[in-house]
Design a protein around this ligand. Structure first.
Ligand SMILES: [Ca+2]
Length: 141
């Protein structure tokens, strides 16, 4: 069973001026099956810190693409948020947001990119897998 059907419960650490908590990501791969990833810790810092992400405590069946990617330079944990006009990633020679489109907590670059322009990415293996659809369940405080 790859689809989680349950009441959404978000458990997050709230720090500084955090007003949005995203802790449950769902992706649909080309098999039409949905997979999910939930984090017991998902906190975002304030604007001055470029909305730095702390993510930990994975559970689910999608794999932990945000905190335990195959290569550490793909992890989103600890990264600041980047967009095409605000490059805060760890890729010195370029901008992950300009290259992939969308915005995210890019490292160099990322395998958990659900706002990518053409097709979302969620992967923990050797291949970066495209997904057909994705959902982020958000709790606003
Ligand atoms: Ca950069």
């Amino acid at each position: 069973m790859h689809t989680k059907q349950s009441n959404f419960l978000c458990s997050c650490n709230i720090r500084h001026y955090i007003i949005i908590c995203i802790c449950n990501m769902q992706v649909q791969r080309n098999t039409s099956l949905w997979y999910w990833a939930e984090y017991s810790t998902f906190s975002i810092s304030d604007e001055a810190s470029k909305y730095q992400l702390t993510v930990d405590g994975y559970s689910g069946d999608a794999g932990d693409a945000m905190a335990a990617a195959l290569y550490s330079q793909w992890n989103a944990n600890g990264m600041m948020f980047s967009t095409a006009d605000s490059d805060n990633d760890a890729w010195v020679a370029g901008s992950c947001a300009a290259y992939h489109g969308g915005g995210s907590w890019f490292n160099t670059c990322i395998v958990s990119h659900l706002t990518k322009d053409d097709s979302a990415i969620w992967s923990t293996g050797t291949n970066v897998l495209d997904v057909d659809a994705s959902r982020m369940l958000v709790t606003v405080y």
